[in-house]
Design a protein around this ligand. Sequence first.
Ligand SMILES: CC(C)(COP(=O)(O)OP(=O)(O)OC[C@H]1O[C@@H](n2cnc3c(N)ncnc32)[C@H](O)[C@@H]1OP(=O)(O)O)[C@@H](O)C(=O)NCCC(=O)NCCS
Length: 180
Amino acid sequence: MLKLQGKSIYLATLERADCRKLFEDNEYDFENPTDILYIGYSVEGADKWFEEIQAAQGKTHVRLGIFLNDGTVIGDIALQNIDNRNRSCSIGMGIQKLENRNRGYGKQAVSLILEYGFCNLGLERITAGTLDCNISAKKSLEKLGFVLEGRERKAIYFGGVRHDRLCYAMLAEEYNGKQH
Ligand SMILES: CC(C)(COP(=O)(O)OP(=O)(O)OC[C@H]1O[C@@H](n2cnc3c(N)ncnc32)[C@H](O)[C@@H]1OP(=O)(O)O)[C@@H](O)C(=O)NCCC(=O)NCCS
């Protein structure tokens, strides 16, 4: 089992029960919106997600749970759309409960998955995208050293409004140029 240890969280593979808990715990932050809005909890939906994770795991995705050191699962993070030819992928992540956000857990999780992607998988480029109105995601990515590469203007129709999507990336040479 893959386990990546941080200071106050660790990343590890998600079991079926973890997926159910994450679905159940999901809270939407209307101040920092994401374009995917899951409405309601269902055991079937969580189980379907678990099966999808297994099907792609180690192939096109590496998706791990974010766990507090006491074993409580609080979110998930993934290297997704892994392109082995170009050695690139994108990051997707979420921390389910609002009370667990802005406490430094996301930053630790991204740091761990970046190390895994660049140092273990040999990736050269890791991207991340977010709505321009998602301040938490923007701040987190910028503070971690992601470079803003572009803005897809009015790319996402969501909540009755067209939003710009911001495109960030980090290169292996930028990652390696920093102290970790
Ligand atoms: C985006 C998300 C993953 C960030 O994780 P997090 O645990 O809340 O972020 P952290 O507490 O690690 O914060 C990282 C940095 O960003 C800053 N930050 C985070 N949210 C912020 C906000 N709303 N306003 C200002 N700064 C903020 C923190 O102060 C911290 O800065 P520091 O490095 O100087 O200490 C999390 O908020 C989340 O799950 N949101 C919902 C899903 C989502 O938006 N996913 C991302 C789509 S790309």
